[in-house]
Ligand binder design. Structure first.
Ligand SMILES: Cc1cc2nc3c(=O)[nH]c(=O)nc-3n(C[C@H](O)[C@H](O)[C@H](O)COP(=O)(O)OP(=O)(O)OC[C@H]3O[C@@H](n4cnc5c(N)ncnc54)[C@H](O)[C@@H]3O)c2cc1C
Ligand code: SF4
Ligand code: SF4
Length: 426
């Protein structure tokens, strides 16, 4: 049965009779060091049986598993990637003008579309389904904004316009021995959204925070989610299928903003070990961490550049599961936002759905918009990202395994993709 081929071929785990249990997700993804800490399994579990390990920052069972299989089915490193018949996609039919059609995710269930699961898009389709693209800068930016401050401005405009009741963002941890650790938080005021500006290079198990019971919200809340592309994949997949939901309010997500992403890091490995311990960086003085143009840049509040080093020196702390990711461009989101493709101080914005367009239109009074400076830079990095994904599959699978051959063929459809080893630079 195809549904179990990944586990058998990659991890040697045999097909279970009937049900799929959490321990299989644990063996095939978490213990195999492939988890990218998105929190989808936690949000998907209808019996709320999965929590976050205190010391590990990884999913762990907190009560009885019923074997419903949903954690496996929706995991971007499990069933979603390899088996699902609901590839995350914003591509629907076409408008009369031949452009991509409107309103949220339209999910295709055509099995021939299976390359969506691993590549996020068909071979050679450039930026994917894009209705508009711009270089954008917010007129007024908080000092801690990462690039153009666009994500922050979009969220504040959506909140002010009554389009959303809150935004799932990432803010600094308040725990004293976790300096510069990003944690997921539902911001319900403009001040909270502003305080959460900037990039944190660790995954936060963001979707676990969609249990909104701790927040004061209307009965039917409307939430925007800012996340890495894998997190948005999880949301899209869950929104695309009827299933017995648990405490997590996937139904409340009305706007998704993906941050362009080629890799994320383990917090302790990057901030506490490689920066604080090995390079004597005073994390309490840090004002910005950026991974850009193949370099890790860390700045102190007084403007001193504390680190400016090739990113490959930090690969030891990168999440291994990110190597498999081929969705740099966040193709399942309403809006994709990143730095590549625009001048410093600006953000590149790809509008992928009518909801995304509406969010941008609502914020226009707060934004400067112009043409993307270098759209080809986005395509080049996407192609490069897919080469890394292919290379990691090459290492993980027996190259003669049928699944490897199948996926390699999908990925090899990208221009410039070959099986040569690659040296990631971002
Ligand atoms: C792990 C990571 C990797 C990235 N890699 C790339 C890349 O390879 N190429 C590229 O062009 N851009 C990348 N980006 C995106 C880039 O760093 C900026 O986030 C983006 O350009 C938006 O900038 P802004 O000034 O418009 O956003 P801001 O106004 O500064 O807002 C940023 C928003 O992102 C949220 N956020 C911060 N960290 C996280 C996180 N870890 N998970 C979820 N949400 C978060 C904040 O809470 C805030 O709401 C990456 C971001 C992250 C977090
Ligand atoms: S990758 Fe996401 S869904 Fe899969 S095990 Fe990790 S946190 Fe859960
Ligand atoms: S590289 Fe891919 S898997 Fe890793 S955090 Fe970014 S989007 Fe998620």
């Amino acid at each position: 049965m195809k549904a179990y081929r990944l586990r058998r071929e990659l991890n040697g785990i045999e097909e279970p009779p009937g049900k799929t249990w959490f321990w299989e997700l644990q063996a095939g993804v978490i213990d195999a060091d492939r988890c990218i800490r998105c929190g989808t399994c936690i949000a998907a579990c209808p019996s709320n049986s999965i929590g976050i390990g205190e010391d590990t920052d990884l999913p762990e069972l907190v009560k009885m598993c019923t074997g419903c299989s949903l954690c496996w089915d929706f995991c971007p490193r499990g069933g979603l990637r390899y088996e699902a018949l609901w590839p995350p996609s914003t591509v629907g039919g076409e408008t009369a003008e031949g452009g991509p059609s409107v309103e949220g995710a339209v999910v295709r269930s055509d099995a021939s579309d299976s390359y969506w699961k691993i590549t996020g898009g068909p071979p050679g389709d450039g930026l994917g389904a894009v209705m508009d693209s711009y270089a954008v800068r917010a007129g007024s930016r908080p000092g801690c904004a990462q690039d153009g401050g666009v994500v922050t401005a979009l969220l504040i405009a959506a909140l002010a316009g009554g389009e959303i009741d809150g935004a799932l963002v990432t803010r600094p941890s308040e725990v004293p021995d976790e300096p510069w650790k990003g944690v997921a938080h539902l911001a319900t005021t403009a001040e909270e959204i502003t305080d959460a500006a900037g990039s944190y290079y660790n995954q936060t198990m963001a979707l676990a925070e969609l249990d909104l019971s701790g927040y004061d919200l209307p009965d039917k809340p409307r939430i925007a989610v800012v996340g890495t592309p894998c997190e948005i994949q999880g949301i899209r997949a869950m929104q695309s299928r009827r299933w017995p939901t648990g405490a997590h309010r996937i139904d409340s997500v009305v706007l998704t903003i993906a941050l362009l992403c080629t890799k994320s890091f383990d917090y302790k490995g990057l901030m506490l070990q490689l920066l604080a311990e090995d390079r004597s960086i005073d994390i309490a003085r840090v004002s910005k961490v950026d991974v850009i143009r193949g370099r890790m840049i860390v700045e102190y509040r007084d403007g001193e550049v504390a680190v400016d080093e090739a990113i490959k020196n930090f690969h030891g702390a990168a999440l291994k599961g990110c190597d498999e990711c081929a969705d740099f461009l966040g193709r399942s989101a309403d809006l994709s936002v990143g730095s590549v493709g625009s001048m410093d101080g600006w953000s590149s914005v790809l509008v992928r759905s009518e909801r995304g367009r509406r969010a941008l239109d609502n914020a226009r009074g707060r934004l400067d918009l112009r043409e993307l400076d270098d759209p080809e830079a986005l395509v080049r990095l996407d192609t490069f990202d897919k080469r890394i994904a292919l290379d990691s599959l090459h290492r993980a699978f027996d190259p003669d395994a049928p699944l490897f051959i199948e996926y390699a063929e999908h990925l090899a459809g990208y221009e410039g993709t070959d099986r040569a080893p690659v040296v990631p630079d971002r």
